[in-house]
Design a protein around this ligand. Structure first.
Ligand code: DX5
Ligand code: ZN
Length: 213
């Protein structure tokens, strides 16, 4: 399992310190939650702050857009050169076109599915994608309770991925901890996002290691 701590639960008064801490502790990606106050009822950070995160990070960035007007935000964050940019399928009329645009910018494209969204909604995009992100909480806030139906969704998605693009990864985001990580692994999940579990743990390194199952 690759581990992508979400900096939403970091101490924003000491953001560079916390980003360095997760990178030194062996995380694989730095997960950055971008919220616009419209698609989700919360507002986070823009390119000025994400630039500072990129400077402090020694691991690649995984930018999770929770916004209206995805194309505008892709253009805003592309100069920071993240490894991945993800956008919600629920908020995009032309996902196939946006995937091609992200790839043309030299960034790996990812589509995100809310808890209610069927895995079949990405079936005919899989060949174009490097990863699918399944939300295991409703997007907008850290510290929420894991929604277990994501396990069945990951299994169904894995079957489609094996048929259409075995290189495509599955990422899960929300309420992930050392208890549900084993079921996620068994369901075929490749990347675990964890915010509050990592940052509220007394030992960040031990928390990250406990997710590397
Ligand atoms: C929620 C965000 C998550 C969040 C996860 O909208 O996408 O990345 O930070 O936080 P935890 O792990 O605390 O559920
Ligand atoms: Zn996220």
């Amino acid at each position: 399992m690759l581990v992508a701590p979400s900096i939403l639960s970091a101490d924003f008064g000491h953001l560079a310190r916390d980003v360095k801490a997760i990178c030194d502790a062996g995380c694989d990606l730095v997960h950055v939650d971008v919220m616009d106050g419209h698609f989700v009822p919360n507002l986070t950070i823009g390119p000025v702050v994400v630039e500072a995160v990129a400077k402090a990070a020694t691991k690649p960035l995984d930018i999770h857009l929770m916004v209206e007007n995805n194309t505008f935000f892709v253009d805003l964050f592309a100069p920071i050169n993240p490894e991945f940019i993800s956008f919600h399928i629920e908020e995009e009329k032309h996902p196939h076109r946006l995937i091609q645009k992200i790839r043309a910018l030299g960034i790996r494209p990812v589509v995100v599915l809310n808890p209610h969204t069927r895995p079949e909604s990405v079936e005919f995009l899989l060949e174009e994608l490097d990863m699918v992100l399944l939300m295991s909480v409703n997007p907008g806030f850290g510290g929420q309770t894991f929604i277990p139906s994501v396990i069945e969704k990951a299994k169904r998605l894995k079957e489609m991925i094996q048929k259409r693009n075995p290189k495509c990864l599955i990422e899960v985001d929300g309420g992930v901890n050392d208890q549900n990580i084993h079921a996620l692994k068994a369901a075929g999940v490749d990347v675990a996002v964890a915010g509050s579990y990592v940052f509220k743990h007394a030992d960040i390194k031990a928390a990250i290691e406990s997710l590397k199952v």
